[in-house]
Ligand binder design. Structure first.
Ligand SMILES: [Zn+2]
Length: 128
C-alpha cells in the first residue's frame, strides 16, 4: 500500500509559510527521523507533525467523519495509523526530540497555529 501521509498538503503549506514568517528556520520531511516529521527544527531538537484529521482519526473532530460503509475496514486502518503516529512520536522522544502535532482543523486558524508553535518552540521543557 502507498504511504499514508501525502506530502505538501494544504494545511501543511499553510503552517509552513506561517512558521517561516514567524522567523523560524526549519527543514521539512526529514526522512532519517521516525515518521519523517513535517517540520524539523534541528538546533532546537523539535519536530512538528501536521496531521490530516481524516487519516489520523482526530478524536472528536468534526472533519474526521468516518466513512459509513465498511466500518470495520476503516476502523482497523485508523487504529493502525494512530498506532504508527504514537510509535513515531515516542521513538523521537526517546532520541531526545520534543514533538508536537498540529491538526488539519487547527491549521485553519493562523492565530491558533502561531500561539501553539511559539509556545512549543520557546519551551525548554524536556531539553537537556
Ligand atoms: Zn481535527
Amino acid at each position: 500500500m502507498a504511504r499514508i501521509r501525502s506530502k505538501n498538503t494544504k494545511p501543511e503549506l499553510a503552517v509552513r509559510s506561517l512558521v517561516h514568517r514567524m522567523g523560524y528556520r526549519f527543514r521539512i520531511h526529514r526522512k532519517d527521523l521516525p515518521g519523517s516529521p513535517d517540520l524539523v527544527f534541528p538546533s532546537l531538537k523539535k519536530a512538528i507533525f501536521i496531521h490530516g484529521c481524516f487519516w489520523h482519526a482526530h478524536d472528536g473532530c468534526s472533519t474526521a467523519n468516518k466513512p459509513k460503509t465498511r466500518a470495520s475496514y476503516w476502523n482497523e486502518k485508523f487504529a493502525r495509523n494512530k498506532q504508527r503516529d504514537r510509535r513515531n512520536a515516542s521513538a523521537l522522544r526517546r532520541a531526545g526530540w520534543s514533538v508536537a502535532t498540529i491538526w488539519e482543523c487547527e491549521a485553519k486558524s493562523a492565530d491558533f497555529v502561531c500561539k501553539k508553535v511559539s509556545r512549543f518552540l520557546s519551551s525548554t521543557k524536556g531539553r537537556e
